[in-house]
Ligand binder design. Structure first.
Ligand SMILES: C[S@@+](CC[C@H](N)C(=O)[O-])C[C@H]1O[C@@H](n2cnc3c(N)ncnc32)[C@H](O)[C@@H]1O
Length: 297
């Protein structure tokens, strides 16, 4: 164990990313830099631009890789949904491949002050980019009961979305909804005890749904993938690791459209999945799905 986020499906990611053109690659979701490090280790002349919206990720990656790989690598704070602008700023007009490893990093989940998970007094924050204006608490306190229920259902597939939304509204009327613990209490009260048995944590789906809503993770993903694809030179690849069925559906449909329009070729018809051994060693890999597409040469 390194103490860093454990990168998922490393050999599969590398085989798709490095078999294609690879002079300049973008790691659109640097995290702790695990995949970036693998690219740098396995190549001699590939340049990697690593991006993350989270300042902590940027400083971690800079500290981890900045010295050893100076000259072949840079890390920047940036949003992959604005990849064109980011590339413009660093003077890189086109790239040879992009990696998206969606979702949260272990560092984010394991830092109580970020509010991604159910730690007692943690604030209900959940922003990956701490400059973005809206926190989970803001959503919990301002959305209507129907909007809350929709988010929990759509992004969390939470069966008890309506009950939880009703209790959230009640809790805020009572002024008791400020910490992770407050929200966990609300969720536990809304889900019947028998339905909670055997679950990893009854609050898991609600927290996931709020995180997706706070960071607007789904609605702009399709556009972001198209943008990355169009900034990638012929022969380059886009590789995506997703952890949520809604994300995978978007990746699948964008890649299929790319192929149908004759702009590229899917390298994975069905998503690749992690081997059992990887899931046993790193349970966070459990839901990973990998899809890759290559831009027509
Ligand atoms: C699963 S982690 C990546 C882990 C990384 N592959 C590693 O091996 O360490 C996902 C990262 O994407 C970042 N992220 C999420 N949305 C982003 C966005 N729109 N633009 C850039 N980075 C984003 C998160 O802050 C998080 O650090």
């Amino acid at each position: 164990m390194t103490g860093y986020h454990e990168p998922v499906m490393v050999s599969e990611v590398m085989s798709y990313l490095l078999e294609s053109r690879r002079e300049i690659l973008v790691d659109c979701t640097a995290g702790d830099g695990g995949h970036t490090l693998e690219v740098l280790k396995r190549t001699k002349d590939t340049y990697v631009l690593a991006l993350d919206v989270d300042d902590d990720a940027v400083s971690t990656v800079q500290g981890r890789l900045g010295r050893e790989y100076a000259g072949r690598f840079q890390v920047r704070k940036g949003d992959y949904r604005e990849l064109g602008q980011v590339l413009g700023k660093v003077g890189i007009p086109r790239v040879d491949g992009c990696l998206f490893d969606l979702g949260v990093s272990s560092r984010q989940v394991d830092s109580p002050e970020r509010g991604f998970t159910y730690w007692g007094e943690a604030p209900l924050d959940m922003r990956m980019n701490r400059e973005s204006p809206v926190t989970a608490r803001d959503l919990l306190w301002t959305l209507s009961q129907d909007e809350l229920a929709r988010i929990l259902w759509e992004y969390g597939e939470e069966r008890f979305s309506r009950e939880i939304a009703a209790r959230i509204v009640r809790a805020r009327e009572e002024g008791a909804l400020d910490t992770a613990e407050d929200l966990v209490k609300v969720i536990k009260a809304a889900i019947p005890a028998r339905a909670r048995q055997g679950e990893i944590h009854p609050a898991r789906r609600t927290f996931q749904a709020l995180r997706i809503a706070v960071n607007d993770e789904i609605s702009r993903l399709g556009k972001a993938l198209w943008q990355a694809f169009l900034l990638t030179r012929p022969g380059g690849a886009i590789v995506v690791l997703s952890y949520h069925s809604l994300e995978d559906r978007i990746v699948k449909s964008v890649f299929r459209e790319i192929e149908d329009r004759g702009l590229g070729k899917r390298l994975t018809k069905k998503p690749a999945r992690p081997a059992d051994a990887e899931v046993n060693a790193n349970p966070r890999a459990r839901s990973a799905k990998l899809r890759a597409v290559e831009r027509a040469r």
